[in-house]
Design a protein around this ligand. Structure first.
Ligand SMILES: Nc1ncnc2c1ncn2[C@@H]1O[C@H](COP(=O)(O)OP(=O)(O)OP(=O)(O)O)[C@@H](O)[C@H]1O
Length: 479
């Protein structure tokens, strides 16, 4: 398995390198008309990052694939109880939950020592008798999946050979990913079986499932309950709707989920999870989960306080590249992430950097999500020292060890205004106490200078000018 993913990663890097050299060739031929003048001009006539479809489900899967541990969050959990008079109950250890020994063993085998912040409050509610309904919102990576998987496994009666827990996920891949967590956590509880209700999993008509947990996508789950009757929805005790925010972004999923929910008995425990809580998600959540308890964990604020910000003034992308080389020549950069506006620039820059002898990873929009995960994994493991990417590709991804971020192109939205939120996310730090960071912005036109000024105004933070021809000056920024 490990060898496969390694081999796959090498293939991708090679394929990427190949496409880089192809790009380089065509670019050279196009040279006369390729006078590029800042992000805006550069975006013309080619696919800009805004045009690349932002795929929430893919981003979510990517985050799951690359995450190795919990996201650090020191914010307080906000709990709204259905019955405000009942005592608020939270746990600091898994023992306190009186889990079945097989499950406790499974939890520890996964390397979980104590409940995460959201789990402390959510698990007692989910495991209470009678079971309570819950809507929980917290950023991805805070332990929601592990929490509801544990709840499902706890509520199953292994002697009953029919589906008792139903979990719907927005995509086939996300369903498989959650299924893996069920399998890991239920490793010492082999009497409990799992079935995937996903496209391609064809069963003979008239079959009745004997697996106790079914996980799938809304359309197939609905068919299995209604049309094909593989599942008797009246026997479902726990219904989980995962990634509600991703779910509502997909046409038809909202309706299908509501139709599934309507077939379930009134006594069925309804649990809904989401990474965000906009109005639309909230509206959907309250339709799926009657009389809910609500748990929210605020996202950790990103700040620019520990970041040193500079800008470099250039006239073309070639000059920007030269400035970048000067910076690399003057200071030691352990690992850097470089953001470009378009795939084309990212490809070009990755090629130029490789030619200079850097070990470069390229994250590009046309890669499959698993391929992207493999590239990031290699970078995280230090196999490459520079990661060049477009913004869409890297949205939502944190590579914690990176101390230098370079905006080869400044982030702009589709109307050509500064994208302050993306700027903050790219270079801001959350919960990385004591780690100082360095951000370098490349400016190459009046347009991009204006964007930079507006970013400075927005954050009320001065971005110092850096003269990249002056080696002594560059050296100073590293101290
Ligand atoms: N109590 C715990 N202790 C240590 N690690 C944990 C704990 N709970 C979960 N994890 C691990 O932390 C990571 C994130 O957990 P999980 O996938 O449950 O989060 P999530 O909020 O569901 O995020 P996402 O929605 O992106 O899946 C996983 O690698 C998981 O194995």
């Amino acid at each position: 398995m490990a060898t496969d993913s390694w081999a796959q990663a090498v293939d991708q890097q090679e394929a990427a390198a190949e496409s880089i050299s192809n790009l380089q060739l065509t670019e050279k031929e196009d040279k006369p008309k390729a006078e590029e003048n800042g992000a805006k001009a550069e975006g013309e006539g080619e696919k800009t990052e805004e045009e690349e479809k932002e795929d929430k489900a893919a981003q979510s899967l990517l985050n799951k694939l690359i995450r190795s541990n919990l996201v650090n969050n020191t914010n307080q959990v906000e709990v709204l109880q259905r019955d405000p008079n009942s005592p608020l109950y939270s746990v600091k250890s898994f023992e306190e939950l009186r889990l079945k020994p097989q499950l406790l063993k499974g939890v520890y085998a996964m390397g979980f020592n104590r409940p995460s912040k959201i789990q402390e409050n959510a698990l007692p509610m989910m495991l209470a008798e009678p079971p309570q309904n819950l809507i929980a919102q917290s950023q991805s990576g805070t332990g929601k999946t592990a929490a509801f998987v544990l709840a499902m496994l706890s509520h199953v009666d292994p002697n009953n050979k029919w589906p008792q827990c139903l979990c719907v996920s927005p995509t086939y891949e996300l369903a498989l990913q959650t299924g893996t967590v069920i399998e890991q956590m239920g490793k010492f509880y082999p009497e409990v079986q799992l079935m995937y209700a996903i496209r391609g999993n064809k069963l003979e008509r008239g079959v009745k499932l004997h697996e106790q947990i079914v996980i799938g996508t809304p359309g197939t789950v609905l068919d299995w309950c209604q049309k094909l009757r593989f599942i008797d929805p009246k026997k479902i005790k726990v219904f989980v709707l995962d990634e509600a925010d991703v779910m509502i972004a997909t046409q038809g999923h909202q309706d299908q989920s509501i139709r599934i929910q309507r077939m379930l008995p009134k006594t069925c425990q309804m649990l809904l999870f989401s990474a965000t809580f906009e109005e639309t998600v909230w509206h959907f959540a309250t339709r799926i989960v009657p009389d809910p308890n609500i748990i929210k964990l605020k996202r950790e604020e990103e700040t620019l306080d520990t970041i040193k910000q500079y800008y470099v003034s250039c006239n073309s992308k070639e000059e920007k590249f030269q400035a970048l080389c000067n910076i690399y020549g003057a200071i030691t950069i352990a690992q850097a992430m470089i953001f470009c506006h378009t795939r084309k620039t990212a490809g070009w820059l990755a090629g130029e950097l490789s030619r200079e002898g850097h070990q470069v990873a390229l994250l590009s929009g046309e890669m499959q999500v698993e391929q992207r995960a493999a590239v990031i994994e290699r970078f995280r493991n230090g196999k490459e020292k520079v990661l060049v990417t477009t913004n869409v590709c890297a949205r939502g991804i944190d590579v914690e060890q990176v101390s230098v971020v370079i905006n080869f192109d400044l982030p702009v939205d589709k109307d050509g205004n500064p994208d302050n939120e993306t700027y903050l996310h790219r270079i801001g730090r959350t919960g990385r106490f004591g780690k100082r960071g360095l951000a370098i912005n490349m400016v190459d036109s009046r347009f991009s200078m204006n964007i930079l000024n507006r970013i400075q105004e927005h954050f009320n933070k001065k971005i110092e000018k850096l003269d990249t021809d002056d080696l002594d000056e560059i050296e100073k920024i590293a101290n």
